[in-house]
Structure formats: C-alpha cells, structure tokens
Design a protein around this ligand. Structure first.
Ligand SMILES: [Cu+2]
Length: 674
C-alpha cells in the first residue's frame, strides 16, 4: 500500500490527530525530498550566510559574600516566526522567540540564575499537545531540581528559576526542552540553544571571540506553506531533507586564512552525521562533550549522534583565497538520506587581513589538558552494570525499564543506585542491527573504555556525557557519581525514542525510601511570571566552589532527614506551587481494530472538565489469558482526541485494549479483529 506524501508528513494544523504513530512505509516517501515545498521555496545550497545566535546579556550581576559573581538571566519561551526557507515564514517555538536560542557564555566559578518564562501558547499550534516545559542544561552537573527532570513541568504563565553552578571544566553545553513525552516535538519546534562555559585553561589554548564559532546542526522537513512537517516513522526517528546550521539551510561562512574553532552540536532529534571536509583533510578534535581532551586528535571523519558535542579546529591558512571548503555528511546506518543531506555548510576562504590575535591562530595545540574523569582507572570501579537498549513491541526500553514505569512508581523506581562518589563501569548493549541509540547519562561525565572490546574512536578520547551506541555495539563506560545526591535521568537522545519511552533514572547516595531534599519535582516549584521569589542565600545550593567540588558535596550531603530548613534545598522549597490541579477526565475508545499481520488502529477521546492538563493516553493489551502489556502511547490534541496506529502491528492478536490517560481517566474496549 502506498502512502501519499501528504499522509507521510504530519503537516501543520492538519495532522493533529496523527502526530504520533502513523506508520509510513519508508519506500513510499519520495527519495529526493521529504518536504513539500515548491521549487521556488526550496532552499538551495550555500546561499545564506551562517547566522551566529546573539550572546545573551544578563539582567543583572551581583557579587556574593564569597566574592563570587551570580548572573541573573531571563529567557522567554515564546512562539515565533523564522525565515528558514526562501519566500515563506515558519512558525517555531523559541527561546526568546528564536531558533537556536541565544548563546549563554559564562566563566567557571560564576553562578547563573536563569528565569525561564513559559509564554508559549497553551497547546502546540500544530500538534495539539499541551506546552508545559522543562529545561535541561545538557552537560551541567546541576542539582536534580534544576536539571530539567521530565515531569518537573512549568506551565504557561509560570517561570522556573534554574540555578547553574558552573564549577566544571570548560565545555560546550546546550539547553533544550525535556518535557515528558513531548521533548522531540518541542526541541524540533526550536527549543534549543548553546551555552559555553569558559575557564583559564581553555582561554589560553583555543581560539576565542569571533574565531570561536557555535555550529548547531539539525534537520527538518517542511510543508508547502513553510510550516515544519513531522514524521517520526512510528517513533523510529525523524529524518528531514533540509540540513540547518544555526537555523539556516546549508549556509556559508567567510573565513580568514587562520585557525578557527567550531563547537559542533548535533541538535537533530534523530539524525546522526558522519562529518568530513570536502578536501579530505583532517580536522583537529580538541574537546568532547565534557570539555578538553587530554591530547588533540587528527580526525578525517567522525560519527556524531544527537546531543553529542565535538569541538574542532580547522586551519584555513593552507587553502588559497577563493577556495571553498565544504563540511559534508557521509551519513551512517539507519538514517534516511535525501539528495542534499550529504551537504552541511561551506567555508569560503577570503583575502581579508588575518587577525592573528589570541591563542591557536596559526599553530595547532597538541597537548591539551587532563581531567578528573579521564584520570579514573577501572581498578577504582566498585560495580559493573549491564543494560540493554531494546525495542519491545512498539516501546523502546533501557535496561528493561520505561519512563512510564518510573512515573507509576511515584518516581521511586531506579535503574541503578550508586553511592555518592562511587566509581562504576556501565555497559550498554544494542544487539539490534536496525537502529542506533545516542545514550545520555545526566549529572556525570564518563570515559569511554571500549566498544565491542576494542578501544574507542580517537575522537571519543575525552570526557563524554552522550555515547553513540551503534548497531550491534556494546560500549563500556567509566564514571564517578557526584557531586550531588539525588535522582537523575538516563535516556536515549534519539528524542522520539526517549519520548516512547526509552528513559529511566538512577539515584545517587540515597536509599529508595529516604526523604530527598533535592526532589527533582518537589524541591523547587515554578511561580507566576513576575512574582518576586526569594533567592536562597549563597545558593546554586552549595555548588559554588569552582575548584573544590568536594565542598559542594559536603553541603549536599546534609542528612536528608534533617529538619529546620538549614539546607539550601529546604529553603528553596518556599515558592508556592501553582500547578493546576488534575481535573476529572473521561476517556473513550471510538476505534479499536487489530488485523493480524496487517495493521492496528486505536482512537478515542480524553476530555476533561475545568482546567486541562497535559494529555497522553497509554494503551495496554489486556487480552484475556495473558499479562497486560503496554503497546503504545498517543498524545491528546487540543480537541481532546487521540489516535494510535501502526503497521503491521504486534505479532500476536490483541482482542481487548485498555486506555489510560495521564489525566486519570481509563476505558476498555473489545478489539475488532477483521
Ligand atoms: Cu534510541
């Protein structure tokens, strides 16, 4: 059966019901393009100048009693319009209305309070889900209550004050939405930006200022009216036909004949790249997710999955004026490629007077710097854990767990419970040949020990927080848990995988029933925008000392049972909770059909009275005679409709189904089987 391209694309304002779960045989999608743009609106290679997102200025800076600066920043999450394709405007969601969001730059040891205001529409204008947000600063060892926990949601009209400690070594971080079940579509809609943490070592080794260039790379597909299209191939992944760098399709950048530093972030929700220069020349890799590598690596091409950051140096002095050097993508297994997804951007070498100020303008650094995580030894490890990354029916699992199970346990269930400062080895196994998983562990940096028993790639020989677990691969990672106690997420960074439902959590330094002063949902609540909230004294909650994370640990290890408000976390619990109460929900199932080896199709409604909360409906196979199993998740749109279908469907016949709404309602139905 062939599927029209209109069905294949979930077009803005049209495909509300089917935004999740429409199965599309890949062969039916036009191989030249996924977008439906007319040729007049289709972007061409290397027409746009590379945009550089603005650096955000703080609202204010104060100096604490300890002499350390705290910068107050404010970002408004709003709907906006972007000029991405020629002749049309694209509705987006953006930090301060733009994609990518503004870049935040900070020096090690300076704290940041980020007021994150949710001024988005109540429901996503195209895909209908409720736009509650949670902001994760990826790469930061933030306290759990500031880490963007998926269910720590900030609703429309509310603000959450995030505290960022910035005590870690210099690195490229990024902030992005992490809202439960909707991360993929919210990040795809534009909620992502870079964050640069600087330190003395890095400032003395690597190019700075305009020679230190953020490259946020993503892919997208567009409807004929310029709106974003969405098709995640039944949660396998979204693969757009148009490559964006800093929000512009296939841009070009004029460069001087000197060395440049590029902070390459793959912000695609699913696509992985295999980057290479058109000249075949190597780049010099100097930093990974967690900052500087011990030694620079010459790399001709590198595999780069979602959320990974690699900092590269390119020496343009060896090319003649007028030469164009392209950054290309050789692609990897299990991506869907189109005519121009092999191209990314171009650099045009100019005859402009060369500015040789600053470090590494003309000479490549070779020895960089060691780090705590790269100095860890396997002999320090007290435990080895093994987890499989796997698809069960239509659900992605990690170590046999889904986020749904974590939610059902009242956020108690964990995949691992290391003690504070424990060193452990974690192994991730992907036995499948059908997909790859970029695995992200919050809080910590890790060292990649091996992949299938062999050494990691040269470009992985630095501190990492996300690792490419390719087809048929098992990776071994070494890490130390700290400096904070509490619960943190671990998940796949193919975001449709994460949302359905490849996410779990681990707990550092607590037993399951210990009280948790750093509870990721309860410790710090959002407040109405504009309300004055007391900032706890000397906060960033004990993580202020740049050079002594052990100091931070000491503050955080205050007995969880302690009362009397003497810990920072207890003090920050003061702001009033303003989350709307869950209202009565009525769920119906209007369609329930499973034709074995053909298709499966469920649809219905989930309607609430009073305030509506974010809605998803989880479907369970409740066929008599076997244990109930989860089969899928659908999102409820603004009209209260949900739908879930896939082909060919589960391999054993489902004769009864139960729908459970996240808003509390349930319904069951007999399934038609013909
Ligand atoms: Cu995955």
């Amino acid at each position: 059966m062939s599927v029209s391209r209109r069905q294949a694309l979930q077009i803005g304002g049209v495909g509300v019901i089917g935004a999740f779960g429409l199965a599309v045989p890949l062969s039916s999608v036009d191989a030249k393009s996924a977008s439906q743009l007319s040729s007049r609106n289709m972007p061409k290679l290397y027409q746009r100048t590379l945009p550089i997102p603005p650096v955000l200025a703080p609202k204010s800076t104060t100096v604490g009693a300890d002499g350390k600066k705290t910068h107050l920043y404010q970002i408004e999450q709003t709907a906006g319009m972007a000029s991405i394709v020629p002749g049309l405007s694209t509705p987006i969601l953006g930090y301060n209305g733009s994609f990518p969001g503004p870049t935040i730059k900070v020096n090690q040891g300076e704290r940041i309070t980020l007021e994150m205001d949710n001024l988005l529409p109540l429901f996503h204008p195209q895909w209908g889900y409720r736009l509650d947000t949670s902001t994760h600063l990826h790469g930061s060892a933030s306290l759990p209550q500031y880490d963007g926990y998926a269910n720590d949601l900030t609703g429309r009209g509310l603000c959450k004050d995030y505290q960022y400690p910035n005590f870690q070594p210099a690195r490229t971080l990024w902030y992005h939405d992490h809202a439960v079940h909707n991360t993929a579509q919210s990040v795809y809609s534009g909620l992502a930006g870079q964050y640069h943490l600087h330190d003395e070592t890095e400032r003395n080794l690597l190019p700075q200022g305009k020679f230190d260039v953020p490259l946020t790379i993503s892919d997208a597909m567009f409807a004929s009216n310029g709106a974003l299209g969405y098709n995640d191939n039944t949660h396998s992944g979204l693969y757009g036909d148009i490559i964006l760098v800093n929000g512009a399709p296939w841009p070009v950048m004029k460069v001087q004949r000197r060395i440049y530093r590029f902070r390459v972030l793959n912000a695609s929700i699913s696509r992985s790249y295999n980057f290479r220069l058109s000249t075949g020349d190597p780049v010099t890799m100097v930093a990974t997710d967690g900052g500087l590598m011990p030694a620079a690596q010459q790399v001709t091409s590198w595999r780069h999955a979602g959320a990974e950051r690699y900092e590269i140096l390119i020496d343009f002095s060896k090319y003649p004026v007028g030469k164009r050097v392209e950054l290309r993508n050789l692609s990897n297994k299990n991506n869907i490629d189109y005519d121009y997804t092999g191209r990314v951007m171009a650099f045009d070498i100019t005859g402009e007077t060369v500015d040789t100020s600053g470090p590494a303008a003309k000479v490549m650094p070779t020895l960089l710097t060691g780090s705590h995580v790269m100095d860890l030894k396997t002999s320090q490890s007290v435990k080895t854990r093994h987890m499989r990354l796997k698809r069960d029916l239509d659900i992605w699992t990690i170590g046999g767990m889904t986020w749904d199970e974590v939610m059902r346990s009242g956020y108690k269930k964990v995949l691992a419970d290391p003690d504070l400062n424990d060193v452990e080895i974690w192994e991730f196994e992907n036995s499948s040949g059908g997909w790859f998983h970029p695995l992200h562990i919050h809080l910590i940096d890790f060292q990649v020990l091996s992949r299938n028993g062999r050494p990691p790639f040269p470009y992985e020989k630095g501190p990492k927080d996300t690792v490419y677990v390719g087809e048929g691969e098992t990776v071994r990672l070494l890490m130390q848990f700290g400096p904070h106690r509490g619960r943190y997420m671990i998940h796949c960074h193919n975001l449709p995988h994460e949302d359905h439902d490849m996410m779990g959590q681990f707990s550092v330094g607590y037993n399951p029933n210990d009280p948790d002063p750093n509870d990721p949902i309860e410790a710090v609540k959002p407040h109405p925008i504009g309300a004055v909230v007391p900032v706890p004294g000397g906060t960033a909650s004990g993580t202020s000392n740049a050079t002594e994370p052990s100091q931070a640990t000491a503050t955080q290890t205050a007995k969880p049972t302690q009362t009397g408000g003497s810990t920072a976390a207890t003090e920050t619990a003061a702001p009033v909770a303003t989350q709307p109460a869950v209202q009565k929900d009525v769920v119906t199932i209007t369609t329930a059909r499973h034709r074995l080896r053909k298709d499966i199709d469920f649809a219905g409604t989930s309607k609430t009275t009073g305030t509506t909360t974010a809605g998803t409906v989880v479907l369970y196979d409740v066929t008599p005679g076997r244990a109930a199993t989860r089969i899928g998740t659908a999102s409820t749109n603004a009209l209260g409709n949900w739908s879930w279908k896939t082909k060919p469907g589960p391999s054993r016949l489902i004769t009864a189904v139960r729908a459970e709404s996240s808003r509390g309602g349930t319904a069951s139905a007999v399934v038609r089987t013909r």
